[in-house]
Write a protein that binds this ligand. Structure first.
Ligand SMILES: Nc1ncnc2c1ncn2[C@@H]1O[C@H](COP(=O)(O)OP(=O)(O)OP(=O)(O)O)[C@@H](O)[C@H]1O
Length: 227
C-alpha cells in the first residue's frame, strides 16, 4: 500500500531534513501507528503519501505505483483513494452529520442515488447513525470526530491516514476513536495513525513505526511506545 525506499525530505527554504533515509513497507490491510516527538517528521510522512510534498531523494510508491506517476489530474485520483482524518475535524458547521458525510460523495462525483445508502452505512460504521440530523455544534468532540471518520471512509478508500485523530479528545473518546479506526481496518481499509498518545499505542497494540529527527529508528511489529 505504501512503500518508501531511501526517502529523504529536505524543506528547501529552511533546509530542515524532515525525513532522513527512510525505507519501509506498509502492506494492504495493516493497522500501523506512526509515533515520534514533535518535529520528528510524522506529518511530513503523511504529506508525502498524499503527494502534498515530494521527496528530495528516494522513491515513494502508493498502491503499487510510483508517486511520480500520479501527475496532474491523477493526483486527484490518488487523493480520492486516501481518506484523511485530522485532529481538528473541520466539519462544515451549517451541515448536519448526514450532509457532512454526503458532501464527500458529492465532491467526488458519486451519483446522488448512491448517497443515502453509503452515508447511512458509513455513519453506522462509526456508531453515529442515530445522530445523523445533528449539526456539529450539537455533537461532542468525540462524536464530531466519528462523523469526520465516516466522511473519510464513505468513499471506501483503500487507505486511511489519521494525523493526531485523538489530539483534542478525552481518554474515553480517544479510545472510542481508536476502536472505530480498528473497525474500519477490519472492513479492509489500511490504516495509518500518527499519534502522541502513549496510552493508546500501549493498549491497542499494532505495528508501530518510530521516527526520531526524521529517521525511522524502530519498526516494531507487536507495537509499544518506545520514546
Ligand atoms: N513547510 C515546512 N517548511 C520548513 N520546515 C518544515 C515544514 N514543515 C515541517 N517542517 C519541519 O520539518 C520537521 C518535521 O516536521 P513535521 O511537521 O513533519 O513533524 P511532526 O512529527 O508531524 O511534528 P508534530 O508532532 O509537532 O506535528 C520539523 O523540524 C519542522 O519544523
Amino acid at each position: 500500500m505504501i512503500q518508501l525506499k531511501h526517502v529523504s525530505l529536505e524543506y528547501p527554504v529552511t533546509r530542515t531534513l524532515a525525513l532522513d533515509d527512510v525505507s519501509l513497507h506498509v502492506q494492504k490491510g495493516e493497522f500501523v501507528y506512526l509515533v515520534g516527538h514533535s518535529g520528528a517528521g510524522k506529518s511530513s510522512f503523511m504529506n508525502l503519501v498524499i503527494k502534498r510534498t515530494l521527496p528530495t531523494r528516494g522513491t515513494v510508491h502508493v498502491s503499487g505505483e510510483p508517486l511520480l506517476n500520479y501527475r496532474g489530474r491523477r493526483t486527484a485520483v490518488l487523493r480520492r483513494r486516501i481518506g484523511m482524518v485530522f485532529q481538528d475535524n473541520l466539519l462544515l458547521p451549517h451541515l448536519n452529520a448526514y450532509e457532512n458525510v454526503a458532501f464527500a460523495l458529492r465532491v467526488t462525483g458519486v451519483p446522488q442515488r448512491e448517497w443515502a445508502g453509503r452515508v447511512t452505512a458509513a455513519l453506522r460504521t462509526v456508531g453515529m447513525e442515530h445522530k445523523k440530523y445533528a449539526l456539529p455544534v450539537q455533537l461532542s468532540q468525540g462524536e464530531q470526530q466519528r462523523v469526520a471518520i465516516a466522511r473519510a471512509v464513505v468513499g471506501d478508500p483503500p487507505l486511511l491516514l489519521a494525523d493526531e485523530p485523538t489530539g483534542n479528545l478525552d481518554p474515553e473518546n480517544s479510545r472510542d476513536v481508536i476502536k472505530v479506526l480498528q473497525h474500519v481496518n477490519l472492513r479492509g481499509t489500511t490504516v495509518l495513525v500518527a499519534t502522541h498518545a502513549r496510552d493508546l499505542v500501549e493498549s491497542f497494540r499494532h505495528r508501530t513505526l518510530t521516527l526520531r529527527r526524521g529517521r525511522l529508528v524502530r519498526d516494531d511489529p507487536y507495537g509499544g511506545y518506545a520514546l
